[in-house]
Design a binder for this molecule. Structure first.
Ligand code: GDD
Ligand code: MN
Length: 387
C-alpha cells in the first residue's frame, strides 16, 4: 500500500536523523551490589568504590530485595545525588543469585564486577580485576581468600570447614579450576556472562559456581587474593540453610534438565511426611478407645501440616510465606489441594488394580506418583504463587 510505503520511508528518514546509538558511551565497567538490610553500609561502600576507582568510568547498580531497614531510602538518596548509581528494587522475592543475575542483566558495559554491600570484600583490588579482564586473557577474575596473600579473617573453625567441604563439592560440577568457588566477589566479561546466562539456575547464594557450571566453555580464570574482612554493621543473611540451597544448586546442575529440583525437594519432604504420619498413627493406635479411621485422619493432617511448613522453609525459600494470616491461608490451600491429591491417588491406584489387574505395588506407586505430581503442580501455583 502506498501509505504504508510512505510511512516506512519517513520512518527511515527520521531514523537517519538520529545518531546511531554508541554502545561505548555508558560506563565501561558496571559494579553490581546485592543488598538486603545494609542501611549502614551502602553509602560507605559507594564512597570506598569511588576512591578505589578514581580515573575509571564506572556505574554502580544496587539490587535490593525490599529491605526492611530503610536501605532503599538510603539507596535512593545516593542515586539522587549521583547519576552513576542506579537501584533495582525487587518485591516479594529473595535470593542473592537472582539479584546478581538481574543486576548484571540491567547493565551494558563490557565488564562487570560483583561485590557484597557489607564491606567484607576488599574494593581496592577491583582495578586489578578489571585490568585482568581488559587484557583479554581472562573471562573471569575471582577475589580469592585461598590463594597466596588471601585470607578468611576471623572465621570460626566450623564455618571454615563448611566452606572447604562446599568447595570440594563444587569441583564435581565445574571444570574451572578455582580455589574459592564460594566467593561472592568476582568480575566477568559480558561475553562470558552472556554465553552462560540462559543456563543459569539462579538457585540460592552461590552464583559463581552457577556461572562456571553453566558456561558452555571452560572459563579462563584469574584469581586475585584478598582478605575477607569482618562485618561491622548489620548481620549476615546466610544461615545454615544455605547448605541445603547449595546442594539443590548442584543437583540442578546434574538433573535439572530432566526434573525440576523443586519437585525433588517436594518429594523428599513428602517421604519424610510418611514417617511423620506413621509415627502419629502408631502413637494414637497405642491409645485405647481411638477408632482407626480417626487415628488415620489425624495422622494424615499432621503429615500435611508438617509438609506445608517444611516445603515453605526448604522448597520455597525464595517465596517463603511469612506472617500468621498468610501462613494460615497457605496451610488451608495446601491441605485442600493435598486432599484432592489423596483422592486422585486412591482413585488411580484402585482403577489400575481392579480394572487393569496391576500388581498392588505398581498400582500403589502409580497412585502415589499421580498424587505427588498433582500436589506439587497445584500448590506451586495456589499456595506459593510468586507475586
Ligand atoms: N538482593 C539480595 N537478596 N541481597 C542479598 C540477599 C538477598 O536475598 N541475601 C544476602 N544479600 C546480600 C547482602 O546484603 C550482602 O551484601 C551480600 O548479599 C552477602 O550477604 P552476607 O549475608 O553478608 O553473606 P556472608 O558474608 O555470610 O557470605 C559471604 O561469603 C560467602 C563465602 O563464604 C558472601 O560473599 C557470599 O557471597 C559468599 O559466598
Ligand atoms: Mn557478608
Amino acid at each position: 500500500m502506498a501509505s504504508g510505503e510512505m510511512s516506512v520511508a519517513s520512518a527511515v528518514a527520521i531514523a537517519g536523523a538520529i545518531p546511531a546509538p554508541d554502545t561505548r558511551k555508558g560506563a565501561s565497567l558496571s559494579i553490581v551490589v546485592p543488598t538486603y538490610n545494609e542501611v549502614s553500609n551502602v553509602r560507605l561502600l559507594a564512597e570506598r568504590i569511588n576512591e578505589a576507582l578514581t580515573g575509571l568510568s564506572f556505574e554502580i547498580v544496587f539490587v535490593d530485595d525490599d529491605s526492611t531497614d530503610g536501605t532503599r531510602d538510603e539507596l535512593f538518596r545516593l542515586a539522587g545525588s549521583n547519576p552513576a548509581i542506579r537501584v533495582i528494587q525487587r518485591i516479594g522475592r529473595r535470593g542473592l543469585a537472582t539479584a546478581v543475575i538481574e543486576g548484571i542483566l540491567s547493565t551494558t558495559s563490557d565488564y562487570v564486577v560483583v561485590i557484597d554491600a557489607d564491606l567484607q570484600h576488599d574494593e581496592t583490588i577491583i582495578p586489578d580485576m578489571v585490568a585482568a579482564l581488559r587484557s583479554g586473557d581472562h573471562d573471569l577474575v575471582v577475589g580469592s581468600r585461598y590463594v597466596m596473600g588471601g585470607g578468611i579473617g576471623e572465621w570460626s573453625a566450623g564455618r571454615a570447614r563448611v566452606s572447604s567441604v562446599a568447595t570440594q563439592i563444587a569441583k564435581l560440577a565445574i571444570s574451572t579450576d578455582l580455589s574459592d568457588p564460594m566467593s561472592g566477589f568476582f568480575g566477568i566479561t559480558r561475553t562470558a556472562f552472556d554465553a552462560a546466562v540462559r543456563n543459569l539456575s539462579g538457585q540460592g547464594y552461590k552464583i559463581l559456581v552457577d556461572i562456571c557450571a553453566s558456561s558452555p566453555t571452560t572459563l579462563r580464570v584469574k584469581e586475585v587474593p584478598y582478605v575477607f574482612k569482618n562485618r561491622v554493621h548489620g548481620d549476615s543473611k546466610l544461615d545454615s540453610l544455605v547448605i541445603w540451597e547449595y546442594l539443590l544448586l548442584i543437583a540442578d546442575k546434574f538433573v535439572g534438565h530432566i526434573v525440576p529440583v523443586r519437585f525433588l525437594s517436594f518429594i523428599a519432604i513428602g517421604s519424610l511426611g510418611v514417617l511423620v504420619h506413621m509415627a502419629i498413627l502408631s502413637a494414637l493406635i497405642g491409645l485405647t478407645d481411638t477408632r482407626f479411621w480417626l487415628s488415620q485422619a489425624v495422622a494424615a493432617s499432621g503429615a500435611m501440616v508438617f509438609n506445608f511448613f517444611m516445603n515453605n522453609i526448604l522448597t520455597y525459600r525464595d517465596q517463603r510465606i511469612r506472617g500468621l494470616l498468610p501462613l494460615m491461608k497457605g496451610l488451608a490451600s495446601f491441605i485442600a489441594v493435598c486432599s484432592i491429591g489423596a483422592l486422585a491417588n486412591v482413585g488411580i491406584a484402585d482403577y489400575l488394580f481392579s480394572d487393569f489387574r496391576y500388581g498392588w505395588i505398581s498400582a500403589g506407586l502409580a497412585g502415589i506418583l499421580v498424587g505427588a505430581v498433582w500436589n506439587y503442580a497445584t500448590t506451586s501455583v495456589l499456595t506459593w504463587r510468586s507475586r
